[in-house]
Ligand binder design. Structure first.
Ligand code: H79
Length: 469
């Protein structure tokens, strides 16, 4: 055999192996590098707690802290970034920011009203900031003076919120920023021995605070980590891994996303073999996957803002403000791609949820009240996507829903089922008695005929399938 031919054959073999790799990425990739602090599990978690998480559908995010006081403005100038980042702006003197807590006294704070609003919107879980990058703690942490206990308000905000959401039957997840601009040991990168020493104290502090949160609020279901992109944190694979293990022992079933810990090469989210670290993919922040291939068979969650990029209270909302119909479309898409959708709210410095947010919550809630069956406990259908919207499928009953956002001028909605799956009796979820016609036009292809009508809200059609296999 000449040299060129053997090179070709070797290349072919490699390509062959790579193709197998593409179909079964995990098993093959697994053996590529041995990692001590990479993924500890391949594939989805199958326990009850994670089943519950998977079926939430819709969640509410709350960003609250002392950044709500300036509300994205200082000395009549508007900070162009995200309001919760205002401390990092040259227009905001650090001393002024760091003194804000002395005036934090949210007179209108009503935890039951927030929880009720989440419930009425149809949220099954809530993610609540305990501490953002500024380091200010909404709970009376023993390990810091920069907490709610030292504000004029004094009372524990997190405790009240956990109680209120628990009462509404909404599962609570605590947001925790690893970045902490207030802690003297915090470093974004470690350059000197002194930095290393300081960072050791910061690690102990971080561990203490997390243990404290799980001890004080034992009903919470998970932790939502943020601010883990620092070089300093990316070097803490061993520490973060053992801390994660410890936290998971404190609350069995605890859900922690892929953003928490790096592997020993500093890879976050996915380890150096490409396997998901943690319980679900946490990278979908203000963006969404486009197809089921983009989520690689993992659990995932999208967290979304109503304006382009404001999480904490920004008194001057600028740019495009999403409508409830746009947000419902994102929700439907998330469910159709096997994820959850979490919508953010940023209450003001007095504890009020702004009117625009309340309006959107109400509009989503009104739609959910009628159509929640197409969202809760639902996931992906492997039928060809059509332009009218999204299919979802109840994981227990197998019932398929069409969530329709675009009605063609013909009023006919095309449905292409999988092999030998027929349709009978489609009906509108909001009017179950009114049957629609599914006209068979080919094998596995139907047109669902709507009557010309003005729909102002996304429409849900329930499909009953007939398995002719
Ligand atoms: O809490 C909300 C945001 O404040 C927070 N996550 C949501 C849930 C968030 N902080 N930053 N980001 C989201 C975007 C990250 C920006 C980064 Fe960078 C770009 C991180 C690293 C490069 C900004 C610029 C921070 C460091 C340099």
């Amino acid at each position: 055999m000449n040299k060129t031919l053997s090179v070709l054959i070797i290349c072919y073999l490699f390509l062959g192996i790579n193709n197998v790799d593409a179909q079964k990425p995990k098993e093959i990739k697994r053996s590529s590098i041995t990692l001590k602090h990479g993924a500890h599990r391949l594939g989805k978690r199958t326990d009850q707690m994670m089943e519950t998480w998977r079926n939430y559908g819709l969640g509410q995010f709350i960003h609250w802290g002392i950044y709500a006081i300036p509300g994205g403005q200082w000395n009549k100038r508007v900070y162009p970034g995200a309001a919760e980042w205002i401390r990092s702006w040259e227009g905001m003197p650090k001393n002024d920011y760091d003194a804000l807590y002395k005036q934090f006294n949210p007179k209108n704070f009503n935890p039951n009203a927030w929880a009720k609003q989440a419930k009425d919107m149809g949220a099954n879980y809530a993610i609540i900031t305990t501490k953002h990058h500024d380091g200010f703690c909404l709970w009376p942490s023993k390990f810091s003076d920069y907490t709610i206990a030292n504000t004029p308000y004094e009372k524990d905000i997190i405790g009240q919120l956990v109680e209120a959401y628990d009462k509404q039957g909404i599962d609570v997840y605590l947001y925790f920023s690893i970045i902490d601009w207030n802690n003297p040991g915090y470093r974004s990168s470690i350059k000197t021995d002194e930095d290393r020493k300081a960072y050791e104290t910061f690690k102990t502090f971080t561990e203490n605070q997390l243990v404290e949160l799980l001890t004080d609020y034992p009903t919470i279901k998970g932790l939502w980590f943020d601010g883990t992109w620092d070089e300093a944190w990316k070097e803490q694979a061993e520490f973060a891994d053992s801390l994660g293990t410890k936290l998971r022992t404190m609350i069995p079933g605890l859900v922690i996303g892929g953003r928490f810990r790096p592997d020993e090469y500093g890879s976050r989210g996915f380890d150096s073999n490409g396997d998901l670290i943690g319980d679900y993919e946490q990278g979908w922040e203000r963006k969404m996957p486009n197809s089921i291939e983009d989520v690689h068979g993992n659990d995932w969650e999208c967290v979304m803002t109503i304006p382009e990029n404001q999480w904490g209270y920004q008194s001057k909302w600028e740019g495009h403000i999403k409508t409830s119909n746009e947000l419902l479309e994102m929700l439907a898409k998330a469910i159709a791609l096997d994820g959850n959708f979490v919508l953010n709210f940023g209450p003001d410095g007095q504890g009020n949820i702004r009117a625009e947010e309340t309006k959107i919550a109400k509009e989503i809630g009104d739609w959910m009240a009628v159509n929640k069956n197409a969202i809760y406990n639902c996931g992906n259908v492997d039928w060809e996507k059509q332009d009218w919207g999204y299919y979802t499928k109840n994981r227990e009953t197998g019932r398929i829903y069409m969530i329709v956002f675009n009605i063609p001028i013909s009023n006919d909605l095309r449905v292409k089922t999988s092999q030998n799956i027929g349709l009978s009796n489609p009906y509108l979820l909001e009017k179950p008695k009114k049957k629609l016609i599914a006209k068979k036009i080919k094998n596995n292809e139907f047109l669902i005929q709507l009557e010309p009508s003005d729909f102002s809200k996304p429409l849900v059609i329930v499909l009953e399938t007939i398995d002719n296999n």
